[in-house]
Write a new protein. Structure first.
Length: 150
């Protein structure tokens, strides 16, 4: 069942709320809800795995409209790393995507995404979604341990 359109005037109180709405829109192929998370800035951009950089709301809308023509995207954000200042938030996300495999058996694909949000008068809005193909090895993170000050 489609969700009701979410007007762009809806106040999104946190980057997490904006991100939740983004992934829910993907899972329900809800174009209006998805477009409601984007900032109305001219330079918003989106990169789908293996695709070109899309700049501007019109290009982003057209790309998601084409994707949603194939149905909902079964994607679950995992291992979100967050960096936030008063006006900007960057979320690095490991996305688990269910795709049809041989004989229509579901298989898991991994995508590494960066989502950038800015605080606006209408709350937190997305200004960048950049997704790259991942692999099963991306489930294992490589990171430095915390710095120890002596």
């Amino acid at each position: 069942m489609p969700h009701a359109a979410v007007p762009s005037s809806v106040l999104l109180a946190s980057p997490e709320a904006t991100e939740q709405q983004f992934y829910e829109a993907l899972q329900h192929a809800d174009l209006e809800k998805l477009m409601g998370v984007w900032s109305d800035e001219d330079e918003v951009s989106c990169v789908h795995p293996g695709g070109p950089r899309l700049v501007g709301l019109r290009a982003i809308r057209a790309a998601f409209e084409t994707l949603f023509g194939q149905g909902p995207i079964t994607v679950h954000p995992e291992r979100v790393r967050r960096l936030q200042t008063a006006e900007t938030a960057v979320h690095q996300v490991l996305e688990r995507v269910q795709v049809a495999g041989p004989e229509d058996k579901p298989q898991t694909a991994w995508v590494i995404a960066s989502n950038v949000y800015v605080k606006t008068a209408l709350g937190w809005r997305m200004v960048l979604h950049h997704a790259s193909p991942g692999s099963a090895s991306d489930v294992q993170e490589l990171s430095e341990g915390p710095a120890i000050l002596h």
